[in-house]
Ligand binder design. Structure first.
Ligand SMILES: C[S@@+](CC[C@H](N)C(=O)[O-])C[C@H]1O[C@@H](n2cnc3c(N)ncnc32)[C@H](O)[C@@H]1O
Length: 222
């Protein structure tokens, strides 16, 4: 009973804290803000760069604790095909398998499609998630026609090379045609490829950009 009360009060505190987009400092905050502000009874979340699936599980579990709504997850990653990173984006691959950052490694196999699928399936019902394997410069082409769902929130956290970040943005920005309330969060602003894409988006004059924190920014339609 006491733990239920604690949970209730904690949930209330978190929901009350996030009153505007300016109060948000994490991706989870943005998801909470959207659900509250747009009175959503479901959230469709698309992530570019799934890696080991931990961010997907984190967002899913937290949203479920806070709201009684349906959450659907679409995850895009190269998964097992690390040889593609080696061939096409070697500079990006150089950011992984470093002794100083043990979590960001491809040697354990935890990033493979089967392992990630298993991890997600232990938390999320199979009909509520979909993993799409391949280079996003290919798999996101015509995304607005391929997806049978309206997407509410996108997290761009895949390859950091400019040509890929730019391509990810160009493909994802087509989703605004279907849902003008779409929110796109970019990770890794400190990378040149992401920073250059940020500047390109700003130059168009069509979008509002808010900094979420030192490393992430949010894009919405003006
Ligand atoms: C930084 S990790 C993603 C981290 C994850 N979003 C999280 O918060 O835990 C980047 C991921 O992007 C994937 N990736 C890199 N280049 C890609 C490409 N061109 N197409 C698809 N996935 C790519 C990598 O395999 C890696 O899993």
């Amino acid at each position: 009973m006491l733990s239920q009360l604690k949970h209730f009060l904690n949930t209330k505190r978190i929901k009350n804290r996030i009153r505007s987009i300016e109060n948000c400092s994490t991706l989870l905050d943005v998801a909470i803000f959207k659900i509250k502000n747009e009175k959503l009874n479901g959230l469709n979340f698309l992530e570019i760069g799934v890696f080991k699936g931990d961010n997907a599980v984190y967002i899913y579990e937290n949203i479920h604790q806070l709201f009684n709504i349906r959450l659907k997850y679409f995850g895009f990653d190269i998964f097992d095909d690390i040889h593609l990173l080696k061939e096409k984006y070697p500079k990006d691959l150089d950011q992984y398998n470093l002794a100083d950052y043990p979590y960001w490694e491809f040697n354990s196999g935890q990033h493979t499609f089967n392992m990630v699928h298993k991890k997600l399936a232990s938390t999320i019902a199979p009909e509520n998630f979909k993993l799409i394997k391949g280079d996003t410069t290919e798999t996101l082409k015509n995304i607005e026609q391929e997806l049978k769902e309206t997407i509410d929130l996108v997290f761009i956290d895949g390859c950091h090379e400019y040509e890929v970040v730019k391509s990810d943005w160009e493909n994802i920005s087509n989703l605004f045609k279907i849902n003008p309330k779409l929110t796109v969060v970019f990770d890794d602003f400190t990378y040149e490829g992401v920073k250059n894409t940020h500047d390109k988006i700003l130059e168009t004059g069509f979008y509002l950009i808010n900094r979420l924190n030192n490393n992430q920014f949010i894009v919405t339609l003006k």
